[in-house]
Design a protein around this ligand. Sequence first.
Ligand SMILES: [Zn+2]
Length: 273
Amino acid sequence: MRQWRGLAALGLLAQVAAAPVVTTPAPGPVRVIGSGLGCIAGAVRLPDAAPGLQTVRLGKSTFWGHPEVLANILLLGQRAKAAGLPDLYMGDLSGPRGGPIPGGHASHQRGLDADVYLDVVAPHPVLPLAQRENIEPPSLVRRDGRGIEPTRWRPEHVVLLKLATQLPLVDRVLVNAAIKKQLCDTVTGDRSWLHLVRPWYGHASHMHISFRCPAGQPECKNLPPPPADEDCGANLQWWFTRLDAKPGPTKPESKPPPPPKPPAACAAIMAAP
Ligand SMILES: [Zn+2]
């Protein structure tokens, strides 16, 4: 998720800027801590190339996660490749120990999230790392936010989104509301996976995959489950009616609330040698 404005209001940007740069995972057994804010010990890093996927924008991104999450992502690459899709471009996962990461993410703190670019049209030969730095797939959403960009939308996007919802540990997949609407309007046959695709801000050129707490992680809390129905009705419509709303009067400047505190156990994980 990218929520610059919300984070700025919470004062989190300053917190991110002040955080020491940690480049190694915390040692010890794997521990996932927190519900949204949080951290991870024993994280592992996604390889820069694996069957069906490549990391991109390495100078701006971070690729650490829970081992089971990485296994799910590697499985997604294999399944995408078997389905004839080009290599998936992988964006941010989490930092080596979780916690806040640059880039305006409000999540990605526990090794349980992954961004995958929705760029499945042209082949993606494996590039040297330096040449992956400036890859910036285009938006799939019209400038007015009310629908997908028809010149860019392909059946392969549906294939990829469905594959993401079928991963063993997936919790939900976040995309722009216009992409969810396109699925609601056009998917035929099996629609049992649509409820796991959730409308969100941004996410016009990438999807965000959230994974559930892996087994044996008592300090990890899951989000409430997504609705069981397709969710193609009033809730989805809200995302478009909000585009019609006129901006209200701006509030007088007030002191932002203090940033939410990460779980106490994360301080030791961040400080571990
Ligand atoms: Zn994300």
